[in-house]
Design a protein around this ligand. Structure first.
Ligand code: ATP
Ligand code: MG
Length: 553
């Protein structure tokens, strides 16, 4: 869905003004800067949409740059998954995939330049000592005893840190700014720490790694990013980025902060999502219950619906929580147009049409999607014995029950009107068979019977039915705000019934599906073929129900 109205969001207003002032020679160049320490989640979708989408609108470019400054938490598995997810979402980055680690040499040279200016130093204090000297928001910090080392000594120590002469934790590089600044981020922040670990891109080349705040603004600058869009919590970091850039006299991108996406019933932190995976609360990052791009893809959420959702959410300067039903609405909206209709019975009970000839089979022609006639039609077998949904029959039905009950008429979708005359039960009183008669001249499309039926039921012909494993998902968290409780862990709010596995009966047409194909099981919801599905063992994920049923619970 493209915006029809010409209204501009606040980011576009800033860009419009920059363009009219001739800033950056009219270039618009954004970047999406994930840290490869987890799989992308729905919050990242918003950031991807804003960064790539905004540049696209202005004919600009977007870099994909991995902010890979912390090798301990990072892995190529995450690099690969993030690339795959962005492509699947429908966006293309400019040129090659970039890494902050591409700039480690340049950042090191910048550190030397700052030291030479007397604006950075090597500190031998421990992490605890540095924290203790930091002060508080209302009290100034204190200068480190190493703050006034000579330039020559600092340069010598930096090089030896780089060469691996010192142990982890024994020294850091700090910017020399202002230990009493009201903005704590300017109280001589760390630029480098010693880490003797292998990096997924640079291998064993480095014994020191840059801090995110040192690397991030400079990476943007090196790439000539014009508009560096980030979330609100980085607003207080902006003076630090600008301090570095001004001291080094290099290009200064404009940082623009927007609110994070927060979704009800959802957590959005790679670290916490990783815990769900590692502690096996879910079956991997791409578990269809996860708010990850890979989970949502596997569940059957179309990429288009995620883009539409991100557009609907928009950009704002104030944090707020979006109702997860808006996401589900966007999913239904897309699938309604794209998903072929089929019949599947999730909780089958046998129905016998006692006056229909034994052994006879009719092949009914059904249109695949009334919203899209290009999807054509298919043949659906009809016979004497059918499965219908157990909940579609009631023995003692109230007046308003327009489905099947003794003495009542209903239409079988695309077929005949039937009337129920008998039920068979087992010893415990559970209905095992429903006996009906049909009106032979009531066939859909050529009905001359004059018989009325209020409801229409879906069905599957028993001799033609195919078994399918169906995974029904409910919300992963049963609380609207799993992170919003003091003294309670988000894991306490995991919904123990978030996954139910059943065996459904589906029409034979579904024998030839492949993973990620999506269908509407008429009256039951949207279902996507799971990665685990094979022709011998079909597996479907329920993507979303047809209506928002949650509110009624
Ligand atoms: P997390 O807390 O989940 O680890 P992060 O911000 O640390 O998220 P990054 O990999 O650094 O993850 O994120 C890449 C980009 O996505 C950043 O620009 C970040 O601001 C943005 N982003 C992350 N979460 C959200 C969100 N919920 N809404 C909007 N943008 C987000
Ligand atoms: Mg992070």
């Amino acid at each position: 869905m493209e915006t029809k109205k010409e209204s501009r969001n606040f980011i576009e207003l800033i860009i419009d003004e920059d363009l009219s002032n001739g800033k950056n020679d009219g270039r618009v160049h954004t970047r999406f800067p994930p840290e490869p320490n987890g799989y992308m989640h729905i919050g990242h979708v918003k950031s991807v949409y804003v960064n790539f989408g905004t540049a696209q609108k202005y004919g600009g470019k977007t870099n994909l740059r991995f902010d890979d400054t912390n090798p301990i938490a990072e892995d190529v598995e995450y690099v690969d998954s993030i690339k795959k997810d962005i492509e699947w979402l429908g966006f293309k980055w400019d040129d090659d995939v970039l890494f902050a680690s591409n700039y480690f040499d340049q950042l090191y040279d910048y550190a030397i330049a700052l030291i030479k200016k007397g604006k950075a130093y090597v500190d031998d204090s421990s992490a605890e000592e540095i924290a203790a000297m930091k002060g508080t928001p209302t009290e100034p910090g204190t200068d480190s005893p190493y703050r006034n080392r000579s330039v020559a000594e600092n340069l010598d120590l930096l090089e030896r840190m780089k060469n691996g002469e010192f142990d982890e934790g024994s020294k850091v590089i700090r910017a020399k700014i202002d230990m009493s600044n009201a903005n704590m981020h300017l109280r001589d922040p760390l630029m480098y720490r010693i880490r003797k670990v292998k990096h997924h891109q640079t291998g064993d080349a480095w014994n020191i790694y840059p801090m995110y705040d040192w690397a991030h603004g400079l990476s943007d600058s090196i790439e000539g990013i014009t508009h560096s869009i980030c979330t609100l919590e980085f607003e207080v970091h902006r003076p630090l980025y600008e301090w570095f850039l001004n001291e080094l006299e290099v290009f200064c991108p404009q940082q623009i902060e927007m609110a994070r996406l927060n979704l009800s019933y959802t957590i959005m932190s790679k670290r916490r999502l990783k815990k769900l995976v590692e502690e096996h609360h879910v079956n991997g990052w791409d578990d269809p219950r996860m708010p990850t791009v890979s989970g949502m893809r596997r569940r059957g959420y179309p990429a288009e619906s995620l883009r539409n959702f991100a557009q609907r959410v928009g950009v704002a300067r104030r944090n707020h929580v979006i109702d997860v039903s808006l996401l589900e609405f966007s999913v239904r909206e897309t699938l309604n147009k794209t998903a072929p209709r089929v019949m599947g019975v999730l909780d089958p009970v046998k129905l016998v049409i006692t006056n229909y000839p034994e052994g006879e089979v009719e092949h009914l022609t059904m249109i695949n999607n009334p919203e899209d006639e290009t999807q054509g039609s298919r043949q659906v077998p009809f016979s004497r014995e059918l499965y219908i949904e157990r909940e579609d029959f009631m023995e003692d039905a109230p007046k308003k029950f327009f489905r099947l009950a003794p003495g009542k008429n209903v239409r079988l979708k695309g077929a005949y009107i039937i009337n129920c005359h008998d039920v068979v039960k087992d010893a415990s009183g559970v209905v095992t068979e429903i006996h009906c008669t049909y009106y032979p001249d009531s066939k859909s499309g050529s009905d001359t019977s004059g018989v009325k039926a209020k409801g229409t039921l879906h069905f599957v012909s028993i001799p033609h039915a195919v078994d399918a494993e169906v995974r029904l998902y409910d919300r992963l968290f049963s609380d609207e705000s799993p992170m919003g409780h003091k003294d309670r862990d988000y894991l306490e709010f995991l919904n123990p019934n978030s996954l139910t596995v059943i065996t459904a009966k589906v029409e034979p047409h579904l024998k030839d599906v492949k993973p990620l194909d999506s269908f509407q099981f008429m009256r039951k919801g949207y279902f996507a073929v799971d990665d685990d599905s094979t022709p011998e063992h079909l597996v479907f994920n329920r993507t979303v129900t047809l209506r928002d049923g949650w509110k009624k619970k």
